[in-house]
Design a protein around this ligand. Structure first.
Ligand SMILES: NC(=O)c1ccc[n+]([C@@H]2O[C@H](COP(=O)([O-])OP(=O)(O)OC[C@H]3O[C@@H](n4cnc5c(N)ncnc54)[C@H](O)[C@@H]3O)[C@@H](O)[C@H]2O)c1
Ligand SMILES: [Fe+2]
Length: 392
């Protein structure tokens, strides 16, 4: 029996190779050569291409004799169209592997392209758990946000442009062959991005720890992610070139990814994906606006776990009783959003009428994703609608 008492067997999947530290992106050529690549499809978004980062990666690859073709049109919340376009380019140019550089959007698109290069049909054919029949091409992930942790996960989130939903695919075949985690690439993140992706990281740690799929293995990564976020997020936001804070947040993001992908996300992510699909809020922002209200709803399902999160963040004393610590956590999450200038849902350009019109569809899609069922307190459709309104 584990401490959590529910999961005697945990399945753990992480990338086979992880380079982590300042300058790790410089290992791209070496890693590509180890994987036997001759021509890599570099996948990124227009901003990362214009910043010169994709070009730098192409030069590092060229130095090891690996040629490149760049697909630089990934959109935020990457779509099935991004995947189809990237795949066309990969086939046309004869690429034998993928190097994705950027935030979660670029990495998720790169993972999907690498897998679709070896599997028939469309990406939507493989939504859900363990649906991908064949190994994809070798894939290297280089995150520039801290972050989604996608570089460490067997997860990709792709928007289905016909059905207007964010599909989640979970399969070990989506794991990058290698993750190159170089915090210096995150130094350029502007304040709002730092805030959004930082609270996404914290949400990964929290949800992995309270999930009914948590295990002793994921607890360690989740608590480390939570501790590092408590220590470094505010500094990284206030002083963007503080290397210690950026390094701490990059480590937190990668550990958060390892934690949630081997445990699960829960109600916050279940509710945030429909918000992103309907109202096009950035992923981190849509989690951040929901986190305090969903935590208030959920604490009764696992008060000891939520109390431990408050203590790990340094928001409750080590000897505090659980009920007090849970209160400190809810207050602390509200204060964190305020201090990072994260608005309520009402401040995100969404009218109450538009929200009310979308409530039924969003609640149904949240529940259909399966994530809310991992929450320590499982919500009804009515609970979910009420929580969207509370976050407004
Ligand atoms: N696969 C997973 O495990 C996983 C986990 C969580 C989230 N996600 C997905 O990740 C996506 C969100 O990713 P994200 O939050 O990293 O943002 P993003 O990739 O959408 O990037 C947001 C913007 O920030 C820019 N940017 C990236 N790095 C920068 C830097 N260092 N300096 C300045 N600008 C920079 C990008 O060019 C883009 O314009 C969503 O689609 C979400 O669903 C995936
Ligand atoms: Fe997330």
């Amino acid at each position: 029996m584990t401490e959590w008492g529910m999961n005697p067997i945990a399945r753990i999947n992480i990338p086979a190779s992880i380079f982590i530290g300042a300058g790790a992106a410089g290992k791209t050529g070496y890693q590509a050569r180890l994987l036997g690549l001759r021509r890599a499809l570099v996948v990124c978004d227009p901003h990362i291409a214009a910043s010169g980062r994709a070009g730098e990666i192409a030069r590092v690859l060229a130095a090891e004799g690996v040629e490149t073709t760049v697909y630089n049109a990934v959109t935020p919340d990457p779509t099935d169209r991004n995947v189809a376009e990237g795949l066309d380019m990969l086939r046309r140019e004869g690429c034998d592997g993928v190097v994705a550089i950027g935030g979660g959007s670029s990495i998720d698109a790169g993972k999907a392209i690498a897998v679709m290069a070896a599997n028939p049909g469309r990406i939507s054919d493989y939504a859900g758990y363990d649906q991908i029949p064949h190994d994809g091409l070798p894939m290297i992930a280089i995150p520039t946000t801290a972050g989604t942790g996608s570089e460490m996960t067997k997860v990709t989130v792709i928007t289905d442009t016909e059905r207007h939903i964010k599909m989640m695919l979970l399969d070990p075949r989506l794991l990058p062959s290698a993750a190159l985690v170089d915090y210096t690439l995150s130094l350029s993140m502007p304040k709002p991005l730092t805030a959004h992706v930082g609270v996404d990281t914290l949400t990964h740690g929290i949800e992995a720890y309270v999930s009914c799929k948590a295990s002793a293995m994921t607890d360690g990564w989740a608590l480390s992610c939570i501790r590092l976020t408590g220590r470094h997020l505010k500094t990284a936001w206030t002083i963007p070139d503080d290397h210690t804070a950026r390094e701490g947040m990059m480590l937190a993001a990668s550990q958060g990814g390892m934690a949630f992908a081997n445990s699960s996300v829960c109600l916050v992510h279940g509710m945030s994906r429909p918000l992103g699909a309907v109202f096009h809020l950035p992923h981190g922002l849509s989690n951040a606006v929901l986190l305090p209200a969903v935590t208030r709803f959920s604490v009764s399902g696992a008060p000891d776990r939520y109390a431990q999160i408050a203590r790990t963040l340094g928001w409750a004393a080590a000897d505090s009783v659980d009920t007090d610590a849970c209160e400190r956590l809810i207050e602390g999450l509200e204060a964190l959003n305020l201090s990072l200038e994260i608005p309520r849902l009402s401040g995100c350009g969404i009218s109450m009428t538009a929200l009310e019109t979308a409530l039924d569809k969003m609640a149904a899609n949240a529940l259909a994703s399966g994530s809310p069922q991992n929450n320590p307190r499982v919500p009804s459709p009515e609970d979910i609608k009420q929580l969207y309104l509370e976050a407004y």
